[in-house]
Design a protein around this ligand. Structure first.
Ligand SMILES: NC(=O)c1ccc[n+]([C@@H]2O[C@H](COP(=O)([O-])OP(=O)(O)OC[C@H]3O[C@@H](n4cnc5c(N)ncnc54)[C@H](OP(=O)(O)O)[C@@H]3O)[C@@H](O)[C@H]2O)c1
Length: 299
């Protein structure tokens, strides 16, 4: 019996929504979230809710696409951010260990402080600049210390055609305003949510293969998973609206010109070499990913 029972947490999020569609061929999918759009209810801020879903469903694989992702708000709501991003993953990891299941979890480039000038590897020292990054790091560390089977996929600068993201914000502002000021001194790798979900499904298909099953015990670990190449928010914004007939004037500004409650890393490009060497998976360059995303709408 090769069909696995897969529990997908947060099918309403940017990555979760795409995952819900990409992982269908891999087994029996149960999508759980805190909204009515999910098949069943889970609240990651409530440990009892997590344990009861895990014990009832007994999944072979858990994909946790849920997180507290409001980077600036987290500075004021640190307790909730730590519960959802730190405590909940630790409970999921404990429950997975009891069931001998695999936990797939996402983390962030914001675990780094941005002082590097070359792509961060999984072994580079972490030093988050804000509560969001620190709470996500707490989740990573909790999963690792539980010691079960896990994949922590660190990704970055996620956008897509739904949810709250930079692409949709720029598209909206471009219609409303004649001039936009966008930060040009933060460098990273914009990554389309669908590509993250597709890559995750490819990894799971390999682990699940009856012909060449991979030994997950030896593969548990952190993997960087972003589109390749690098850019800054200003250049990303220009690429997003490049095809618009009426384009607003876009002006580069510095991070200091646009103060925000949470500090962000100035440079958070991740090296994806480990992902390529382990699973043979290489994501496209960020601009190719953007082009695919922009041309995927039916409108
Ligand atoms: N967004 C980025 O740029 C970025 C960058 C690097 C890494 N990441 C990581 O990538 C992963 C996916 O991010 P994303 O951008 O897809 O996130 P997202 O679009 O903000 O979605 C977050 C999801 O988590 C759910 N959620 C939040 N609190 C919950 C709770 N207490 N109980 C149950 N569900 C809860 C939300 O449910 P509702 O729909 O009900 O609110 C939503 O479905 C996360 O681990 C995130 O930390 C994100």
């Amino acid at each position: 019996m090769y069909s696995k029972k897969i529990l997908l947490i947060a099918p309403t999020g940017q990555v979760g929504w795409e995952l819900h569609r990409c992982v269908q061929p891999l087994g029996q999918i149960l999508a759980v979230g805190r909204s009515h759009k999910s098949q069943a209810f889970i609240d990651l801020s409530n440990p009892d809710s997590i344990r009861s879903v895990m014990r009832e469903v007994k999944p072979d694989i858990v994909i946790n696409a849920a997180a507290y992702t409001a980077v600036d708000k987290a500075e004021k709501e640190s307790e909730l951010a730590y519960i959802v991003n730190g405590t909940a993953p630790s409970i999921l990891a404990e429950e997975c260990l009891r069931l001998q299941s695999l936990l797939v979890h996402y983390s962030t480039d914001y675990v780094f402080d941005g002082s590097s000038d070359k792509p961060y590897t999984e072994d580079d020292p972490v030093n988050p600049m804000g509560i969001y990054g620190a709470s996500k790091l707490a989740g990573e560390q909790a999963i690792i210390s539980v010691g079960g089977k896990y994949l922590i996929l660190r990704t970055a600068w996620i956008y897509g055609l739904r949810g709250n993201n930079f692409l949709l914000t720029m598209q909206r502002l471009a219609k409303e305003r004649k001039e936009l000021k966008v930060v040009s001194d933060q460098i990273g790798s914009p990554t389309w949510s669908r590509i993250i979900a597709t890559a995750t499904a490819h990894i799971l298909a390999q682990l699940n293969s009856p012909l060449y099953p991979l030994d997950i015990e030896g593969l548990s670990g952190i993997y960087h998973l972003t589109c390749n190449g690098q850019t800054n928010w200003y250049e990303f914004a220009k690429s997003i609206i490049a095809q618009y007939e009426q384009q607003p004037n876009i002006l580069p500004i510095t991070t200091d010109d646009y103060p925000a409650p949470a500090q962000r890393p100035m440079y958070s490009v991740l090296s994806n070499d480990k992902l390529a060497k382990t699973f043979g998976i290489v994501l496209p360059n960020w601009d190719n990913g953007l082009n695919l995303c922009l041309t995927s709408s039916y409108n």
